[in-house]
Design a protein around this ligand. Structure first.
Ligand code: SIN
Length: 304
């Protein structure tokens, strides 16, 4: 019997559309193993670069009424140190996607090459972190620089290249089109929304970095709008990300045009059982509405 929840991103086959989003529980092989065992169709690591990076000082996270605000500063041990963590993950039947960042197209290409050498099933280019200078959104808002990054990465690896976009631009579809033109295999939309919090007691911004990225339920309507618009602009697969915390959110993203879904902040507010509750909810929805499989609903909101 065919699996109604099976989905595909380029040649990456997933048993269900849920994926662990970059930045949450993606530091160690064991934590990602737990996420896969709890039902995720794939996992994405914390963003990694060539060199180890300490990141910003504390506070790095603020809880808001409807999400989390974070500015970690891309802390990571350096891509090569992740080889050890892959030992746990290589044994499992779900792809590990490496989120990578760089400060130049050459950086991205080098990190991507190492990622694939140590076992990445695909790479996700973090060209969307809203607050690290000369990386993230600063490179991902410039279509020609983004194209150069994608081209250089594509020239180094044969695995799928996913480009994670920032919503902090005037027209996200222009950036998505540039990524596709340069050879990207898929788009992930969206990374966090640039935001801040101020403490009335100290009269100062709370995050050490002042600015951070907002994630969680507050940004779901923004992510949904971005996926809907990108679906009309490109013909490569789209991974929806931003505020997915239950099956209804997931179905909305599928109807908007996403073929897979990343979940991150909901893990902090619920726990890793969210992957199973979302996939169970999608299955029940398909049955209840008389759809055969996921493909029947991907992008359906465009046809009504
Ligand atoms: C961080 O490490 O500060 C977050 C990374 C991101 O937003 O992409």
């Amino acid at each position: 019997m065919t699996n109604p929840l099976a989905t595909q991103i380029a040649d990456l086959k997933l048993s269900n559309p849920t994926m662990l989003a970059a930045g949450v529980l993606g530091y160690t092989g064991l934590s990602m193993k737990r996420v896969i065992e709890s039902g995720a169709g794939a996992v994405v690591t914390k963003s990694m670069g060539i060199e180890p990076r300490t990141g910003y000082g504390n506070p790095t996270v603020v809880q808001t009424d409807c999400g989390l605000l974070n500015a970690m500063g891309l802390p990571n041990p350096g891509i090569s140190h992740f080889e050890e963590e892959m030992k746990e993950l290589n044994k499992l039947n779900a792809p590990t996607i490496f989120s990578i960042y760089g400060f130049s197209p050459e950086d991205f290409a080098e990190v991507a090459k190492i990622a694939v050498e140590i076992g990445a099933a695909a790479v996700e280019l973090n060209v969307s972190c809203p607050h690290v200078k000369k990386a993230g959104a600063q490179v991902g808002s410039d279509p020609s620089l983004l194209m150069e990054i994608v081209k250089q990465v594509k020239s180094q690896i044969e695995k799928p290249v996913i480009v994670k976009l920032t919503p902090n631009v005037t027209d996200i579809t222009e950036i998505a089109k540039a990524a596709q033109k340069a050879g990207a295999d898929a788009i992930c939309a969206i990374n966090t929304v640039k935001a801040m919090a101020i403490d009335p007691e100290t009269c100062k911004p709370i995050l050490a970095n002042k600015y951070g990225g907002l994630s969680g339920t507050a940004i779901k309507p923004i992510g949904l709008r971005c996926v809907y618009d990108i679906y009309n602009a490109v013909d490569i697969p789209i991974i929806g990300c931003g505020g997915i915390s239950n099956w209804q959110d997931a179905v909305e993203y599928l109807l908007a045009g996403a073929c897979a879904l990343q979940i991150g902040t909901a893990i902090a507010f619920q726990d890793i059982t969210v992957f199973k509750s979302v996939t169970d909810g999608i299955t029940n929805y398909l049955e209840h509405k008389g759809f055969n499989n996921l493909k029947d609903i991907i992008g359906l909101a465009h046809k009504t």
